[in-house]
Design a protein around this ligand. Structure first.
Ligand SMILES: Nc1ncnc2c1ncn2[C@@H]1O[C@H](COP(=O)(O)OP(=O)(O)OP(=O)(O)O)[C@@H](O)[C@H]1O
Ligand SMILES: [Mg+2]
Length: 720
């Protein structure tokens, strides 16, 4: 349930081309688990990039999304508006492409390319945070009143008002603090630049700068920021004045200036790294007691304010919140239970013939009930429930559309085929081909509808089964934290110099030396590996949840390649990123992936954990990929996969890999194999797994490799 951050369901993508409709992605489904790496592996043209681009909503104009869903944060990414997508792209989901140059603007300095996204999103983020805060608080109030009964309504309304009010008070205090803090951070950044330039012996207007610094020092006054620093600020200011007076431009005597700047740097470092006061608590304290003594050291003030807040407000408010959260959950759960039989009825209804009006009516009433059964206080949005209405109504729409269109399409195809044949019979050279027909069987269309009902039923079934394991205490803490976080996002304004400092930190994080110098350089001044690091920094600038890496290392040489892979792994751990990693090389994902999907001709043919795929591969295509993977310990030459992938305008009947597969069975040429379950985590679509299939030995190259991997493991080496 809450485990998957992204779910791709039955995605089908085609392209209109001059030669006909090219079926690039043919019904694939997979889940990306929170904090994990999922690799998509397959040969060129198998549909990997198309899948990635569909997730990001950046497919070309000739794309036809034939069906499916991409669920993220309560939304179906295939159905949201471009404006919504704009907020998700880069901000929540970022992508790194194969060729770093294609994602960098050659004539814009690196620094600006990193900071641009941060600055661009700042305003939207604040508006969104405000909306989120107000909306959730209104829901919480409603649920608390319902949980407690009408007689507590006045108390609850009063408390919610106080909560809102002191969050606003906290906002004001924090905004003033942030403003002063930004000035301090700016000044620190200038100071470091200045010291850097001194070091590099660059020409500087020393006197002018020193005067400027003095003036700026006056702007960092905020009672919470400079508490306890007042006398030191005066000392540093005096030091700057003295240095300015004593400085002689002709002799360029810099000792005193350098000393004054070092003092300034140390002071600012201390000011900007001290513990942030907890404005949430202080906001309440100030509101509760207008005579409150705010002049204590920040840490002490935090303690005092916390005590006042808890005793006079939060203990009670938290208890009410917990009851509201519990009530909201229970109500929603009861509604979920009530829907289960209705889902069964709906399945029966859609299993026989139905009219459009009836179908739409049922869709409407069912969707309304499902939406009413969503727990609005649940922190992670229930994507399956939120998107149920649009999925079902689309499937119904499609059902009637194709039922009406199919006969016309058949007729067109027949007419054109006849005409073409007639021309050929008369000895004419015909250069055009008949556009293949697109018809859907009624059963197939019906199955699309039923799948949505089944999925919903399974999903709510899992919910109902998990009932006893909910920790309401923890949920309530998370909710209050969420309010605090949103309240503080409302006042968080990103300025240019804050963005610059953040960019420099990011450049350090991705392993760029001398970031302050590099910040002002152009892409051509970087090596390929460095450029890819910059691209990663840009992708991380907005702090995304999901990172899609599309062959991020193919353009790089082997040593650099492994460094970049290491970097991606490090970032995943440190930032809790969820990653989709796309590559044609199984070898590359050995140390990266938690889960692997092997793709061939627009379909996933095998799916499992990295261990499943490397130690127990089942599909002949996976065997082929594994045998073509270089291995340091064997001198055997690599087995290239024979033949070429099929033309996807005319995808072959049955298993698309059959023609290249020496283990192909007769049925492989007739019918596409379904997924056979190997274990709870492992599935493969090959007829070889059918109970009636002849027994086929796993190729020796593969068993040898597995043996070697096991020996290595036993020998203590970690690498596969
Ligand atoms: N805009 C488009 N118009 C027509 N065909 C397209 C378009 N984009 C992609 N395709 C086709 O879709 C198929 C899948 O392409 P995709 O880019 O996903 O392959 P891939 O698996 O990423 O391969 P590679 O390893 O070469 O990057 C290919 O046959 C490709 O030619
Ligand atoms: Mg690609």
């Amino acid at each position: 349930m809450g485990n998957n951050i992204l779910e791709v369901k039955n995605l089908k993508v085609s392209f209109r081309t001059q030669a006909g409709t090219l079926k690039a992605v043919r019904d694939i489904s997979f889940d990306l688990k929170r904090g994990k790496t999922m690799a998509i592996v397959g040969e060129s043209g198998s549909g990997k990039s198309v899948t990635a681009k569909a997730i990001l909503g950046i497919l070309a104009g000739n794309t036809i999304i034939e069906g499916g869903e991409i669920l993220y944060d309560g939304k179906d990414l295939l159905k949201i508006t471009e404006e919504d997508f704009h907020n998700i792209r880069g901000d929540k989901i970022s992508m790194i492409f194969q060729d770093p140059l294609s994602s960098l603007d050659p004539i814009v300095k690196i620094g600006r390319q990193i900071t641009e996204a941060m600055l661009l999103k700042s305003g939207t983020n604040r508006r969104e945070a405000k909306k989120e805060f107000n909306g959730r608080l209104a829901t919480l109030k409603k649920e608390m009143i319902e949980a407690q009964g009408k007689e507590h309504e006045t108390e609850i309304k009063g408390m919610v008002k106080v909560f809102d009010k002191f969050c606003i008070e906290a906002n004001h205090l924090e905004a003033a603090y942030n403003n002063a803090y930004t000035n301090a951070a700016d000044l620190l950044s200038y100071t470091e630049d200045f010291l850097f330039k001194l070091d590099k012996k660059q020409r500087l207007d020393v006197k002018g700068l020193l005067r400027d610094y003095r003036k700026r020092l006056g702007k960092i006054k905020d009672p919470f920021l400079t508490k306890g620093f007042d006398s030191r600020i005066e000392d540093v200011a005096a030091g700057l004045s003295k240095a300015a007076l004593g400085y002689n431009a002709k002799q360029n005597e810099l000792t005193e200036v350098t000393a004054a700047m070092k003092d300034l740097e140390a002071l600012l470092n201390e000011i900007t790294t001290q513990q942030r006061p907890n404005f949430f608590r202080i906001g309440f304290y100030k509101l509760y007691d207008p005579n409150a003594n705010l002049d204590l050291p920040n840490a002490e003030l935090d303690e005092v304010a916390l005590k006042v807040l808890n005793e006079n407000f939060m203990d009670r408010f938290f208890a009410l919140t917990k009851e509201g959260v519990t009530y909201s959950y229970r109500q929603a759960l009861e509604r979920k239970k009530a829907i289960m039989p209705k889902l069964s009825e709906a399945r029966a209804f859609f299993s026989t013939d139905f009219s459009k009006a009836e179908a739409n009516k049922l869709c409407k009433s069912l969707s309304t009930e499902i939406e009413a059964s969503i727990d609005q206080l649940e922190y992670i949005k229930d994507s399956t429930a939120y998107t149920f209405r649009s999925s079902l109504s689309n499937a119904i729409e499609k059902y009637f559309f194709y039922l009406k269109r199919n006969p016309k399409e058949e007729a067109r195809f027949e007419r054109q085929t006849k005409r073409r044949e007639a021309l050929i019979a008369r000895g004419k050279t015909v250069t055009w081909k008949v556009v293949p027909k697109v018809v859907y069987e009624k059963d197939e269309l019906r199955a699309n509808i039923l799948k949505i009902i089944d999925r919903m039923e399974e999903h709510y079934g899992a919910y109902i089964a998990a009932d006893s394991s909910i920790d309401f205490e923890q949920r309530s803490v998370a909710l209050i934290d969420h309010f605090k976080e949103k309240a503080s996002e409302v006042v968080y304004r990103v300025t240019k110099s804050m963005a610059k400092e953040k960019a420099i930190k990011l450049m350090e994080e991705v392993g760029i030396h001398e970031p302050r110098l590099r910040y002002n350089q152009y892409p051509f001044e970087f090596s390929g590996g460095m450029r890819q690091r910059i691209v990663i920094a840009i992708a991380l600038a907005a702090n995304p949840d999901i990172l899609i890496c599309d062959e991020p290392t193919t353009a790089l040489d082997v040593t650099i390649q492994s460094q970049i892979l290491e970097l991606i792994n490090k970032l995943k751990e440190e930032r809790g990123l969820s990653i989709i990693f796309i590559t044609h090389d199984l070898g590359v994902v050995a140390n990266m992936a938690d889960d692997i999907a092997v793709m061939y001709a627009g379909k996933i043919v095998e799916y499992g954990t990295a261990d499943d795929i490397f130690y127990d591969p089942r599909h002949p295509y996976t065997w082929a990929l594994l045998s073509s993977m270089p291995d340091l310990d064997t001198k055997d030459k690599l087995d290239a996969i024979p033949g070429t992938p099929p033309n996807m305008i005319y995808p072959p009947k049955g298993d698309a890999f059959a023609a290249r597969n020496k283990y192909a069975l007769k049925i492989d040429y007739e019918e596409h194999p379904p997924f056979f379950k190997v274990s709870d985590t492992h599935y493969a679509a090959t007829w070889l797994l059918h109970p009636d299939a002849p027994k086929v030995e796993v190729p020796k190259a593969i068993t040898d490799r597995i043996r070697r991997m096991n020996e290595k493991l036993e020998g203590g080496a970690k690498d596969v």
